[in-house]
Write a protein that binds this ligand. Structure first.
Ligand code: GLA
Length: 391
């Protein structure tokens, strides 16, 4: 396009041109803000069953998590049984009736997520979709599925890396052809710089790294992946998001400070919020961490502009994202092993000189500050602030 259009006009013309090309035609209405929900993998792995999923879905509603915005109930790996003579996939005996499960979730006002692989086998060795993409998409649509997580796993055995986009596009086309909107969640651990092309193959979210729960899923693992997202924010936006993986909150892997760090960082990064814990046995503290409305509002901010890292000094990092309405969300993180003072210098972040600050975890206004704000942040902890410009 070599017409001379003002920048403002380009902002409108470009998305229209892309939609016309069918690239992102499905995306914006499916994940206008980062998807929120629950995924069974970290809690249950291959012990997952229909009964377990139903119990957690009911708890999601009962606990108030649905009201807080959590909607997708995602079955991860290990639900698959055998293919029949025609090649259609059937669930294994732990999932007696997928269609009924879909109806149950929809009846609760929830969404139904499922999992497969572009390869012949999933990561846990169950049947993948290779050679059966169209049939599987049709089966999911028949069951009432609303989300597919498509996990690379064994696909490397049948596709060279240069074919990765093709493999993901193939399933996206099959999903679109069913006529049922299904959110498309790419899982290939950030290979091939997926953030650059994930949206162009129909992805509404794409994993940017390996499993956050690997290597014990401790603070080191979580922070390695979470802080590694620096620089990727500009590839996220309404309809297509970076996915640093499932929340570890309530799984007993992180201390409360680390759990607040994960929730804050994921929210600043506009990441999907997928709880991974047993919702049927949750402490009030876990529930409060997962449902803090002021923190979730940062994640779900309609502008959809993910945070950028503005400052990194030793173990101290400052991340910030602009919010609709003109405020900013700011995270002051301490990755170190002991409490450290951290100073937020407004000018360094190109902020106005006078700000009203609010602590989003404590739900308390901190006051009005000129030029800077300083506070101690505990080890592995965070201060998550909302800043409002003052005259
Ligand atoms: C991979 C994915 C995980 C999970 C497992 C299931 O490791 O990254 O999120 O889906 O496979 O086997």
């Amino acid at each position: 396009m070599h017409m001379h259009l003002p920048r403002r006009a380009l902002r409108w013309v470009m998305p229209l041109a892309l939609a016309g090309a069918g690239l992102w035609s499905q995306a914006p209405q499916l994940a206008a803000t980062p998807p929120m929900g629950w995924n069974d993998w970290y809690q249950y792995q291959c012990r997952v069953s229909q009964a377990i999923v139903e119990r957690n879905a009911a708890a999601l509603v009962r606990s108030g998590m649905k009201a807080a915005g959590y909607r997708y109930v995602d079955i991860d790996d290990c639900w698959q049984g055998q293919r029949d003579a025609q090649g259609f996939i059937h669930p294994n005996s732990r999932f007696p009736d997928m269609k009924a499960l879909g109806q149950y979730l929809h009846h609760l006002g929830l969404k139904f997520g499922i999992y497969s692989s572009p390869g012949p086998k999933t990561c846990a060795g169950y049947a993948g979709s290779y050679g059966h993409e169209k049939q599987d998409a049709e089966t999911y649509a028949r069951w009432g599925v609303d989300l597919l997580k498509y996990d690379w796993c064994s696909a490397g055995e049948v596709y060279p890396p240069s074919q990765m986009r093709h493999a993901y596009r193939l399933m996206h086309r099959a999903l679109v052809a069913t006529g049922r909107p299904m959110l498309y969640s790419l899982c290939q651990y950030g290979l091939e710089g997926v953030w650059r092309w994930g949206a162009s193959v129909g992805g509404n979210m794409w994993r940017t790294a390996g499993d956050v729960g690997a290597d014990g899923g401790d603070y080191n693992r979580m922070s390695l992946i979470g802080f590694q997202q620096s620089g990727l924010g500009r590839f996220a936006g309404p309809g297509h998001w970076n996915d640093p993986d499932i929340l570890l909150i309530g799984l007993g892997k992180l201390h409360p400070a680390g759990e607040r760090t994960q929730m804050s960082l994921w929210s600043l990064e506009a990441a999907p919020l997928l709880a991974g814990n047993d919702l049927t046995h949750m402490t009030p503290a876990t529930l409060a961490l997962l449902t803090n409305p002021e923190v979730i509002a940062v994640d779900q901010d309609p502008l959809g502009i993910a945070a950028r890292r503005y400052q990194a000094e030793g173990p101290l990092e400052i991340w910030m994202r602009p919010l609709a309405g003109g405020d900013w969300a700011i995270g002051l993180f301490n990755r170190g092993g002991s409490t450290l003072p951290i100073t937020l210098n407004f000018r360094r972040l190109h902020l106005p000189p006078r700000l009203r600050l609010r602590d989003l975890w404590r739900h308390s206004d901190l006051g009005i500050f000129d030029g800077h704000f300083a506070a101690p942040v505990p080890r592995h902890g965070v201060l998550l602030l909302k800043a409002t410009a003052m005259p």
